[in-house]
Design a protein around this ligand. Structure first.
Ligand SMILES: C[S@@+](CC[C@H](N)C(=O)[O-])C[C@H]1O[C@@H](n2cnc3c(N)ncnc32)[C@H](O)[C@@H]1O
Length: 209
């Protein structure tokens, strides 16, 4: 938890309590339904919470923003972002029901009122969002295809509406067809070795009505 405060020192009491409670909730639920690997649960704050919040280091969501987390799995990056941005609404989507069971329990345990979850493939979602966030779900071309038509028209941020994807490694090949993509190295914000190869990719997506 100190790790979170090191990089996000202005959290409210309520946010601190929620971040603290995450560990207990994930430990309990992970025993029943394994959604986070054993190694990762021991380093929940580094590998999951801080990593998810990397998106918030790159850009800040304005109050009232609508965000979808595609392939949220156990709730990452959606849950940590929902704690950080209580005035934004988050839609967490996954095609595997048992993962969402854990997410729903965590959302309830935290008392988060700004999160909704849907058990479906993202292709079936019929709504629009300011931003679509994700981690470890699909290569960019597939992902872009899936989220077609799901980006809102109205621009409310300096960052253009689109995708904010947590990715790692060499992205040159994967992103070669996306000239408008910008890569942000998380090492610019975090000093822990874990972030050495970790990045946030921002890909603006044009609204197609
Ligand atoms: C490797 S896990 C990553 C989970 C989480 N984002 C994380 O980083 O911890 C990938 C997740 O994407 C989900 N997924 C894959 N394709 C999907 C699709 N088309 N629509 C919704 N969820 C999908 C899977 O069910 C799985 O839970």
């Amino acid at each position: 938890m100190e790790l979170i405060l090191k990089y996000f020192p202005n959290l409210t009491e309520d946010q601190i309590n929620k971040f603290k409670l995450l560990e207990t909730l994930y430990q309990d639920w992970n025993l029943k339904i394994n959604v986070v690997s054993r190694k990762d649960i021991d380093e929940l704050y580094l590998r999951h919470v801080l990593h998810s919040l990397g998106i918030a280091k790159v850009m800040q969501f304005k109050d009232g923003s609508k965000i979808m987390d595609v392939g949220t799995g156990g709730g990452f990056p959606g849950i940590p972002l929902a704690i950080l941005y209580p005035e934004c609404s988050f839609h967490l989507v996954d095609s595997i029901a048992k993962k969402l069971k854990v997410v729903n329990e965590v959302v309830e345990g935290l008392g988060l009122t700004n999160v909704k979850t849907t058990h479906t493939r993202v292709e079936e979602i019929d709504d629009t969002y300011d931003f679509i966030v994700s981690r470890a779900v699909a290569a960019m071309p597939t992902f872009v295809h899936w989220i077609k038509g799901k980006i809102a028209k109205e621009q409310r941020h300096d960052f253009k509406n689109g995708i904010l994807y947590l990715k790692g490694g060499d992205l040159a090949e994967e992103l070669k067809d996306y000239r408008t993509a910008t890569i942000y190295n998380l090492t610019d914000y975090y000093t822990e070795d874990f972030f050495e190869t970790k990045k946030v990719v921002h890909l603006p997506i044009k609204y197609k009505g």
